[in-house]
Design a protein around this ligand. Structure first.
Ligand code: NAD
Length: 458
């Protein structure tokens, strides 16, 4: 039988060896999900809502244990693991409150003996291939609305967050989701590939652009509904009218939270040259004050790099920037093991010839570039293949709205960053992906509209 080894990225220690799926077990799980889905869809919404509410109660009851598991396998500081689980609760509440309305029949026309209505029917069996960086958020953004709207779910958690994926699955089963309706697939990308080969009605992916392309190619001939939530190179612009210290503290947090391993982590900052030097000074002071250390210690703010191969990419981006004339304001080094560690790093004097300003870092690295005016800032913010989030810090709301309207991004922020709301759609443009989760659209997306043309007998 194949197995999956789980290592603690903070120490390198082997913490579990899990039985893994293979092609045969993936096929059996997919067939079981297919068979079980109609009965699940036939329940009324109140019954499925009750299941999700029991799941929520279990998350609350077991929050400390769930956070400890997430910290052990991802290297996320324990305080941030608890923040993620606490942040999940309002998302669950949103899904539960909105599900009925989101899929209610829409009666759109009545006249001349004709009645027209739009129904929302479950897709059927959906495959969720997931990332490790916020495993509860990105998993539940798909799993919960998919289940609420009557789908069966094949869930392939990241190989770097599989124990968390198993806990999500276990708690859903304990809450009353039939095991065949919610199936966890254990393994790496090969198990993802095997899952894509099954008869599925939708694939909902969160991960890198490179893997997203492979997934799109794998399902292209089969007309399977496809959603891809991919990477970002999230830019922020600081105008000259801000409270410089407050903006620097906010953006340093947005860059380094989760050790910079967030799809909406601040990856690059453009600062009006009138306040650039003061901004850098406050930004670096804030980064210097962030405590890096044992992720299990509640006072740690910066944790481990979850995937060891990322260290080489971070190193290469720093070296590339320095070779092209950037200045290291703080950090810049991978730390000796055991475990995967990289110092929070701030580069100044950067420009767009450098990878650090145009390619996703997905780690605790940020470049700060001085700009002359709004036009230059907008041009540079849009000078990337990604389009996930972008923001502007200014006292002037009208200018912020005007600037943000020109930026290619799925989410835009005024005086805030690195933020996700269950009420708003989460989506990207360009190489940041297609489709969306969250908001009422992110519930409807697990259904297909069915058009009813009903003519009363004469
Ligand atoms: P990844 O692409 O390496 O892996 C994601 C998932 O795909 C894993 O479960 C992996 O096992 C699976 N996989 C790998 N190869 C596969 C294949 N050929 N076929 C099918 N499945 C395959 O990404 P990651 O390292 O887990 O996550 C980091 C990336 O995710 C970053 O780029 C980040 O920006 C992005 N991300 C995006 C969002 C968003 O909402 N847009 C959220 C979180 C993370």
């Amino acid at each position: 039988m194949s197995t999956l080894a789980i290592h603690n990225p903070a120490t390198g220690e082997l913490i579990a060896t899990l039985p893994a799926d293979d092609e045969a077990s993936v096929a059996a799980k997919a067939a079981a999900a297919r068979a079980a889905q109609p009965a699940w869809a036939a329940l009324n919404m109140a019954e499925r809502v009750a299941v999700v509410q029991r799941f929520r109660a279990a998350v609350v009851a077991e929050l400390d244990d769930l956070a400890a598991t997430m910290t052990a396998e991802t290297g996320k500081p324990i305080t941030l693991s608890k923040n993620e689980l606490n942040g999940l609760l309002p998302r669950i509440d949103f899904f539960v409150e909105q599900a009925e309305d989101a899929v209610r029949d829409e009666h759109v026309f009545d006249g001349g003996g004709m009645h027209e209505q739009i129904g929302h029917v479950p897709l059927g069996v959906v495959l969720n291939i997931s990332a490790w960086n916020y495993p509860w958020f990105v998993g539940c953004n798909v799993i919960l609305p998919a289940l609420l709207t009557g789908n069966a779910v094949l869930y392939k958690p990241s190989e770097y967050a599989t124990m968390t994926g198993q806990q999500i699955t276990h708690l859903l089963h304990a809450a009353g989701v039939p095991p065949a309706v919610m199936q966890c697939l254990v393994g790496d990308g090969r198990v993802g590939t095997a899952a894509l080969a099954q008869r599925i009605d939708g694939v909902f992916f969160t991960g890198s652009h490179a893997t997203g392309v492979k997934i799109a190619q794998a399902v292209a001939p089969r007309m399977v509904k496809l959603q891809l939530e991919l990477g970002g190179k999230d830019p922020m612009y600081v105008r000259a009218d801000v409270d410089v210290k407050a903006a620097a503290e906010s953006l340093a947090d947005g860059a380094m939270y989760n050790t910079g391993q967030g799809c909406c982590s601040v990856e690059r900052v453009y600062v009006h040259r009138a306040v650039h030097d003061a901004f850098v000074e406050h930004f670096v002071a804030t980064v210097r004050g962030m405590k890096r250390g044992d992720p299990a210690d509640p006072s740690s703010y910066v944790g481990a790099i979850t995937r060891a191969p990322q260290l080489a990419l971070l190193r290469a981006q720093v070296d590339d920037a320095l070779a092209k004339g950037a200045t290291l304001a703080i950090g810049g080094q991978a730390l000796p093991g055991p475990g995967n560690w990289f110092e929070p790093t701030v580069l100044t004097g950067v420009d767009h010839t450098m990878d650090v300003m145009r390619e996703e870092s997905f780690g605790p690295i940020v470049g700060i570039q001085a700009v002359a005016d709004d036009d230059e800032a907008v041009r540079l913010m849009n000078d990337t293949r990604y389009g996930l989030t972008a923001g502007v810090y200014t006292r002037d709301e009208a200018s912020a709205r005007e600037l943000l309207a020109q930026v290619n991004a799925g989410s835009v922020y005024w005086n805030c960053c690195d933020r996700v709301s269950p009420r708003l759609p989460w989506s990207g443009c360009g190489d940041s992906g297609i489709g969306l989760t969250l908001s009422h659209h992110g519930i409807q997306t697990f259904t297909r509209p069915k058009a009813w043309h009903l003519k009363a007998p004469a």
